[in-house]
Design a protein around this ligand. Structure first.
Ligand SMILES: NC(=O)c1ccc[n+]([C@@H]2O[C@H](COP(=O)([O-])OP(=O)(O)OC[C@H]3O[C@@H](n4cnc5c(N)ncnc54)[C@H](O)[C@@H]3O)[C@@H](O)[C@H]2O)c1
Length: 337
């Protein structure tokens, strides 16, 4: 299946096809120099598959984990491209989760003022969310995604067979981004995830429906000036939870799970709790409101003492609320602590 994403001359196709990786040469223009970026946790046969379809493919493998979205790796990859004589007509392909996608995309956006970028996301989070929309970035001076660009890929190829090797906890954390999109924009998708008896059987439909939501939002608001903020549902408190190191190593999706719960009506919250528990996602944390507020104050999206948050009264709909950061305390105290 192909979902076209319409952004004028920056339009591109999202291909969703089981087994596509084995046939990647028919989807991407690989008869040129290709920098293939992957990480040490992604099974190496995925990047090998891409390399074997290239005329001149160079695999760069970074260590797995968020720490790899760094300035050092950004520089190291650019150095490889200079060393191998990459020109403006060559390209970068990311094969991995959001870490490879964000870093590879940022490299592509800046090498020679921009070369073609293809994304082959292999985690559920990157398949339903981060691989489309053109937000590419690295972390810097301890701040996530602080240096980056809006740079659209030339194509995104999603092969859900790659999820078979992904850790269950990672799958569930990625599913949380679909739950987030369904809760705000699509009641049917929410019900599908709620009632699903086999995630493996339903995963392609979940991916496609999630991508349709994200595509709609990105097409209307490519540079996050308005509607795109809906994708931040659960993320204001979620990011604060993620920043609180004493909470241990929670995955991004797990933090979003926690972050959504205070931002909805009691009825919605009850349904959310059930669905989150079904997929072993956390619904409570051991922190305190003051600590979380201190992290929210540092949120990139805060404007002085105010912040725009997404609130869900009824599943499938949302409202944007511009509130004072101190008011977040009342939300936080509604039962996640
Ligand atoms: N650009 C955006 O719009 C956007 C949106 C959301 C998140 N993000 C970013 O995405 C990143 C998180 O992405 P993620 O959750 O995919 O994490 P990730 O890229 O770190 O991948 C998670 C883990 O899964 C492993 N892995 C990947 N694919 C695998 C597979 N098929 N089989 C086995 N293991 C596999 C990786 O090696 C890694 O250890 C964060 O840096 C976040 O900031 C970006």
């Amino acid at each position: 299946m192909i979902l076209p994403l319409n952004l004028g001359e920056k339009s591109y196709d999202i291909v969703i096809e089981r087994g596509a990786l084995k046939n990647i040469g028919s989807y991407l223009k690989l008869d040129r120099k290709v920098l293939i970026l992957t990480d040490s946790g992604v099974p190496c046969e995925y990047s090998q598959c891409v390399k074997s379809a290239c005329k001149q493919g160079y695999i760069v493998t970074i260590p797995q984990g968020e720490a790899s979205k760094s300035f050092d790796n950004y520089k190291m990859i650019l150095a490889q491209m200079v060393k191998y004589g990459f020109t403006r007509t060559d390209c970068v392909v990311s094969v991995g989760g959001g870490v490879c996608g964000d870093l590879g995309g940022f490299v592509a956006s800046s090498y020679m003022r921009g070369v073609d970028f293809y994304n082959i996301p292999t985690t559920l989070l990157s398949q339903v969310d981060s691989s489309i929309g053109g937000k590419v970035a690295i972390d810097f001076e301890g701040v996530k995604n602080i240096v980056g660009a809006f740079y659209q890929p030339k194509k995104v190829v999603i092969d859900s067979d790659t999820l078979k090797t992904l850790d269950k906890r990672q799958v569930n954390a990625g599913l949380c981004e679909s739950i987030k999109m369904a809760a705000t924009c699509n009641r049917d998708l929410f019900e599908l995830i709620e009632k699903s008896e086999s995630l493996e059987d339903d995963i392609d439909e979940i991916i496609v429906e999630s991508l349709k939501i994200k595509r709609h939002v990105v097409e209307i608001d490519p540079t996050e000036k308005g509607l795109r903020k809906v994708l931040n549902f659960g993320h204001t408190i979620g990011h604060a939870v993620e920043s609180d190191e004493k909470l241990g190593n929670l995955l991004h999706g797990e933090c979003v799970a926690i972050g959504m719960l205070p931002m909805c009506s009691d009825d919605t919250r009850k349904r959310l709790e059930v669905i989150l528990k079904k997929y072993s996602l956390p619904t409570q944390i051991n922190s305190d409101a003051d600590t979380l507020i201190s992290y929210i104050t540092r949120d990139k999206k805060a404007k002085g003492n105010n912040i725009t948050v997404i609130y869900v009264d009824k599943i499938g709909s949302f409202e944007m609320r511009d509130i004072e950061i101190t008011e977040m305390k009342d939300y936080i105290n509604r039962g996640i602590l």
